[in-house]
Design a binder for this molecule. Structure first.
Ligand code: SAM
Ligand code: SF4
Length: 329
C-alpha cells in the first residue's frame, strides 16, 4: 500500500498525459503558452500503462484519473483507457478535460471503458469564454458535454473556477444550466498554481462567498457532510435534491488530513500534492531497466514522505515551480 507517515493511504492516482493544452485559461497559463516538455521526456503510452498497472496491481490504487494539460490531445488516450480498463482489480477510470474534442471522443472512450468525465466550464457567455480561455471554443465545450452524457459517462461533472469581476456573477446561471442539463456542478476555489504567479488571496472567490452567491436563489442543504471522507467537494442538495452542487475549498477549507491522492506527472515524476516541491523520478528508473518490484519500492518510499498539508496559509508557503498544467490538475 502507499501509506504515508501520517497514516493516510493513497488510492486515487491522477496521471497527467501531457502538459500541452489548446486553451489558455488565465488562472492556469499565460496566453503565449509555456515551454512544453520535450517529447523524449514524456512517458510513452506503454510506460504510462506499466506504471498505472504497478499502482493498481501492487500498490492498492483503485481510481485512475487522466488529466493534464489537456488529456484529449494525447492521441493514444482511447488505447490508454482500454488498457487501464483491462487491469485487475479493474480501477474506476475518469478523465478531466476542457471538453474540446469530446464530441468526437466521448463514445470511443466510453466503449474503451471510461467511467466518467469532469468537464471544465467557467462561463455561459461566449465572449467571456474567449477572454478567459483566449480561444473561441465555447461551442466545442458545450457539444462535448452533451456527447459525454449521450455516451453514458455519468454523472457528467462540471468544474468551475470563479474569478472576481470576471465570472462570479455567473454562479447562479451556471448552476441553473447544470441542473437543467443533468450535470453535477462543482465550484473550485482558485489556487496559486498559475504559471504567471498571478494568484492573490484577495481576488480568490472563497467557498463561503460561493455559497453566499447561491443561497439567494437556491435552497442548499449539506449532503453527506459527515461522510466527506477523502472527497474534496463539500456537497449540497439543491432545493431538496436529488440534484447536488459541490464546492471545493482547497484553500480555505483544506482536506489534506483525509487526502488519498497521489500524482504522476507527464514526465514520470511521482508527486504527493499539487503543492509539493518534491518529486520522485520513476521515469529514470523505468528507463534504466528497473523491475516492477523496484519501481514499487521507489513509489512506496516517495509516498511515505508526503507532507501533512499544503500550507497555503503558512507565511513560508512557496508556490511550486511547476504550473498546474505540468503537474496534472
Ligand atoms: N485541461 C483539463 C481541464 O481544464 O479540465 C484538465 C487539466 S486542468 C489543470 C484541471 C482542472 O484544474 C480544471 O478544472 C481547471 O479549471 C482547474 N484549474 C486549473 N488551474 C487552476 C487554479 N489555479 N485553481 C483552481 N483550479 C484550477
Ligand atoms: Fe488548459 Fe485545463 Fe489549464 Fe485551461 S485549465 S489552460 S483547459 S490545462
Amino acid at each position: 500500500m502507499l501509506r504515508d507517515s501520517f497514516g493516510r493511504v493513497a488510492t486515487d492516482l491522477r496521471v497527467s498525459l501531457t502538459d500541452k493544452c489548446n486553451l489558455r485559461c488565465t488562472y492556469c497559463m499565460p496566453p503565449e503558452g509555456l515551454d512544453w516538455l520535450p517529447s523524449t521526456q514524456l512517458l510513452t503510452a506503454d510506460e504510462i500503462v506499466r506504471l498505472v498497472a504497478i499502482g493498481v496491481e501492487r500498490l492498492g490504487i483503485t481510481e485512475v484519473r487522466y488529466t493534464g494539460g489537456e488529456p484529449l490531445l494525447r492521441r493514444e488516450l482511447v488505447e490508454i483507457v482500454a488498457r487501464t480498463a483491462a487491469l485487475r482489480p479493474r480501477p474506476h477510470i475518469s478523465v478531466t478535460t476542457n471538453g474540446i474534442g469530446l464530441a468526437r471522443l466521448a463514445k470511443p472512450l466510453a466503449e474503451a471503458g471510461l467511467d466518467r468525465v469532469n468537464v471544465s466550464l467557467d462561463t455561459l457567455d461566449r465572449d467571456t469564454f474567449k477572454r478567459l480561455a483566449h480561444r473561441d471554443r465555447f461551442d466545442d465545450v458545450i457539444a462535448g458535454l452533451a456527447a459525454a452524457q449521450d455516451a453514458g459517462l455519468l454523472p457528467v461533472k462540471v468544474n468551475t473556477v470563479l474569478m472576481r469581476g470576471v465570472n462570479d456573477h455567473e454562479a447562479v446561471p451556471l448552476l441553473r444550466f447544470c441542473l437543467d442539463q443533468g450535470y453535477e456542478l462543482r465550484f473550485i476555489e482558485q489556487m496559486p498554481l498559475d504559471a504567471q504567479h498571478g494568484w492573490s488571496r484577495a481576488d480568490m472567490v472563497t467557498a463561503d462567498e460561493i455559497l453566499g452567491l447561491l443561497t439567494g436563489s437556491f435552497d442548499l442543504t449539506p449532503d453527506d457532510l459527515e461522510e466527506r471522507g477523502s472527497a474534496p467537494a463539500e456537497r449540497f442538495l439543491v432545493d431538496g435534491g436529488p440534484a447536488r452542487v459541490g464546492v471545493i475549498g482547497s484553500v480555505t477549507r483544506p482536506f489534506c488530513g483525509a487526502c488519498d491522492r497521489v500524482r504522476l506527472t507527464a514526465d514520470g515524476q511521482v508527486r504527493n500534492c499539487l503543492f509539493a516541491n518534491e518529486e520522485s523520478d520513476l521515469r529514470a528508473a523505468l528507463r534504466a531497466g528497473a523491475s516492477d518490484a523496484e519501481l514499487s519500492e521507489r513509489w512506496i518510499a516517495a509516498v511515505a514522505g508526503k507532507r501533512a498539508g499544503h500550507g497555503i496559509d503558512d507565511p513560508s508557503f512557496l508556490q511550486p515551480s511547476r504550473p498546474m498544467s505540468a503537474i496534472g490538475g
